[in-house]
Design a protein around this ligand. Structure first.
Ligand SMILES: Nc1ccn([C@@H]2O[C@H](COP(=O)(O)OP(=O)(O)OP(=O)(O)O)[C@@H](O)[C@H]2O)c(=O)n1
Ligand SMILES: C[C@](O)(CO)[C@H](O)COP(=O)(O)O
Length: 238
């Protein structure tokens, strides 16, 4: 079965508070987005890659990022939208409605995804049509009221934190996005749009290394993980 990846990198990175969009910040000299794309370009099961990114950045992405990557010319660019969901939708349109395989949606700012994780979540989705990586909640969870006081302690039983890749049958993902758009539903991930259709989504245990680089602290954490995630052997920057 054909597998396509949609990498979303259209965000502004407001919580990072950097002058540059965080997907272009460098970790040990290599842009975060290049590290993420390298993980997918070097995975033999991924046949096509669409990158949803700010349209104004396309010249920079072509000349400064894709040019660093062996196979970077395989990456098709799609214009990112105002919300993550719109960026995924734009990626789906760029992929084309005739694509019939699996689509793996991944955040451009999750560079520490392993090939093993990509393969196992794709494998799960090839069975049931929808699967995501996630990790069990690992801290005590509090509901906090607007005055800053604890309003309750939640049971951690059965609570998981969603990661990406989130992998779906292409037709199912298109239907989930079309319906959400028609109804004005905005989800923070793709699985939530598929869940609303009543379709089961399998959860595959991921790793706590697969962080979404969101705040400046995450850059410090990322530097600790770097030695465990070298660039692929084909990548001359690696
Ligand atoms: N309009 C958007 C918003 C987000 N994303 C992408 O979705 C992923 C996860 O989003 P997040 O980490 O929340 O990124 P930002 O939206 O950039 O961050 P912030 O909310 O702090 O502005 C990132 O790779 C981001 O680039 C996107 O493609 N298009
Ligand atoms: C898709 C996602 O990465 C799963 O954790 C996440 O929902 C994106 O989160 P955001 O911070 O709301 O953009």
């Amino acid at each position: 079965m054909q597998i396509a990846a949609i990498i979303v990198a259209g965000g502004k990175g407001l919580r990072m508070g950097a002058d540059t969009r965080k997907q272009y910040l460098k970790l040990d000299g290599v842009p975060i987005l290049v590290r993420t794309l390298d993980a997918f370009l070097s995975c033999p099961k991924i046949h096509r890659i669409v990158l949803a990114a700010p349209a104004d950045d396309f010249p920079f992405i072509r000349s400064e990022l894709l040019s660093l990557l062996p196979g970077g010319d395989r990456v098709v660019l799609a214009a990112g939208g105002a919300e993550r969901q719109e960026s995924v939708y734009s990626g789906l349109k760029a992929l084309g409605t005739d694509f019939k395989g699996l689509v793996a949606v991944h955040d451009g700012v999750r560079p520490f995804v392993s090939e093993e994780e990509i393969l196992k979540v794709c494998e799960a989705a090839s069975g049931c049509g929808a699967a995501i990586l996630a990790v069990p909640a690992f801290e005590t969870l509090k509901r906090v009221s607007t005055d800053g006081a604890i309003a309750g302690t939640l049971s951690r039983d059965g609570l998981w934190m969603a990661q990406t890749p989130q992998v779906f049958d292409a037709g199912l993902l298109c239907r989930a996005h079309d319906e959400a758009r028609a109804l004005g539903v905005l989800g923070t991930d793709d699985a939530s749009l598929v869940e609303r259709l009543g379709h089961p989504v399998e959860v595959v245990a991921g790793s706590r290394c697969n962080i979404k680089i969101t705040t400046p602290d995450d850059l410090d954490l990322a530097s600790l993980f770097l030695p465990r995630f070298p660039l692929s052997a084909e990548n001359p920057a690696g």
